[in-house]
Design a protein around this ligand. Sequence first.
Ligand SMILES: Cc1ncc(COP(=O)(O)O)c(C=O)c1O
Length: 352
Amino acid sequence: MPQSIPVTRVSHSRLTEALRENSEFGATFSDHMLVADWQAGAWQPPQIVPFAPIPFSPALTPFHYGQAIFEGFKAHRTANGGVALFRPRENFLRMNRSAVRLAMPEIPESLFLDGVAELVRTDRDWVPHREGGALYIRPVYIGIDDTLLVRPANRFRLIVMTCPVGPYFSQPIRLLAEERFVRAFPGGTGESKAAGNYAGGLLAARLAQEKGFHNVLWLDGVGRHYIEESGVMNIFFVLDGKAVTPPLEGTILPGVTRDSALILLREMGIPAVARKVSIEEIVASHDSGKLTEAFGVGTAAIVAPVALIHYRNRDIQFPAPVDSSVATNLRARLVAIQTGREPDSHKWLLAV
Ligand SMILES: Cc1ncc(COP(=O)(O)O)c(C=O)c1O
């Protein structure tokens, strides 16, 4: 039996319909957060408390040495009137893989899954009703020592907050194939959801945005040939009627949406494989007419069709998605499962 988690409720909820249905992605937080500390070698009991700033020492571990990881997944309203989390156990497992990589204690499964379920139950009125809306769940896990010694912290804190969100991108995305900066390299932290990976990617993204792109297409850190990710999403190409995505070899974040897409595409009769794809192959397959689509996949955007990839002096353009596009159908399938409009044959939903 999961232990019950004490809940200290806010005295006045900040919830309004406008906040729930119209907030910018990640800018509005629901009333409560889950907090659990690890200290003296053990996890302390978690609590749900009002969402509020936390006091910190200027010497706090993540400020100096970046011992910080996070996760991201969603709860949706379902056709039967309930609320369900989409594949939360995958995020739990990925968070613990990230924890191990950053020399942080692993989180017990019940603390994470029961804690998140109780938090979403507490703030269930914050789950948007609008089409494409969801409650985004953001666990963050940090060292909380106040020492400048370079070593893993002795104390850690897990905080889970939630945000009502709508659809992420409204139009097909334009990507710049990035040759100067890299996101990850073999032996690094690319497959972890380490906060520092994101800091390292911000400049490239900003420079690309200044040139009119939405984000960068990351290439491999060794030779700048193999495609890795699309901004903060995994990427798929449709080549000769087959869906292709780069393989997980340590530098790519193992996306839950990527994994779900591989499974659903095969069910939809589209062969789907993970294999290395070079930017040179993408240019050549575009020229020969074999390359018909590219799309990013991730929790926030779900499926984001790519309109254009710029590489050196070339623009690789893709037609606007139509009803028969692989991206359109994959998105519809995923959303139908997440919102309980299609049977959950994979047991991907966890009702709260
Ligand atoms: C770098 C990166 N790649 C891929 C993804 C997609 O992963 P998921 O489908 O689990 O959201 C994310 C988002 O979490 C990400 O930050």
